[in-house]
Design a binder for this molecule. Structure first.
Ligand code: MF3
Ligand code: CO
Ligand code: CO
Length: 265
């Protein structure tokens, strides 16, 4: 395992890529309504990234080992879909919750971020899952500083999610990021405090917990990409790209439309 340490030039470019990824989420927000298809959201985001941002949508044709090329420019994961939902001609409907996950490449560097959206009025249960998952991500982020460990992050997220009656997906995790979409280290969203890699200033990785309302078990759909909960319970996810600094962390993927940081951070 080799975890790269970003230099000042890398960091400056990651700030730009990260902000752009977040700005795609700002841009798409008013379109996430009853009746829109996820293919329409994909086309809007694709055109915005390519034509306005002069950037590249990283998911399009992405083909990590063992996978066929991903066919779209964004991921849209609805209700019981955990992650890597492939946009389609199916329309969103009132009460749906949907994760939109954006990764852009700008000047050779990746920015990766996702948010949950509620279509119309969510159920109390769906809203609570989205809120707790957002807090879980921030609880993980708030552990990041030089000298802390990856286990500290995973432990904080897992204990918070489970205390609230939810489960943490194990098969997918956060990841190092930079010139590559996915690099070392793997950032598990569960674990033991004090265990795992010790964080150093200049490390860059995502924190992107997937939290299920029911059991943690997953299933892959026949499309080869979409991951769903085995028990069909709702799942939520939020994601930021984070830099480890001497005193704590810097979030790369913030923009004008980012939801407020929780009070406890
Ligand atoms: N953006 C996802 C992540 O957070 C990865 C999507 S890979 C794709 O790591 F091919 F499905 F787009
Ligand atoms: Co990611
Ligand atoms: Co992502």
């Amino acid at each position: 395992m080799s975890v790269s340490i970003k230099n000042q030039q890398d960091i400056e470019k990651m700030r730009i890529a990260g902000r752009l990824a977040s700005e795609v989420l700002d841009y798409i927000t008013p379109y996430v309504v009853h009746g829109v298809t996820t293919n329409q959201l994909d086309k809007l985001c694709h055109d915005y990234i390519v034509d306005v941002q002069k950037a590249i949508p990283a998911p399009l044709n992405y083909a990590p080992g063992g996978h066929k090329p991903y066919p779209k420019s964004i991921c849209t994961s609805i209700n019981q879909q955990i992650c890597h939902g492939v946009p389609s001609d199916k329309a969103l409907k009132n009460g749906d919750i949907v994760n939109v996950d954006i990764t852009v490449i700008k000047d050779g560097y990746h920015g990766d971020t996702s948010r949950m959206f509620c279509v119309g009025t969510p159920t109390v249960q769906a809203k609570r899952l989205c809120d707790i998952t957002y807090q879980a991500m921030w609880i993980g982020i708030s552990k990041v500083k030089t000298g802390a460990t990856l286990g500290d992050i995973g432990y904080a997220i897992q204990t918070f999610a489970e205390k609230n009656g939810y489960s943490v997906v194990r098969e997918f995790c956060g990841h190092g990021i930079g010139k590559n979409f996915h690099e070392d280290p793997q950032v598990l969203h569960y674990g033991k405090a004090g265990a795992g890699l010790k964080l150093q200033a200049g490390m860059m990785f995502t924190i992107e917990p997937m939290i299920n309302a029911g059991k943690r078990d997953i299933k892959q759909m026949p499309d080869g990409w979409t991951i769903v909960t085995k028990d069909r319970s709702l799942s939520a996810q939020w994601e930021h790209t984070i830099l480890v600094t001497e005193t704590g962390y810097e979030v790369m993927t913030l923009s004008a439309g980012s939801p407020p940081t929780p009070e406890f951070v």
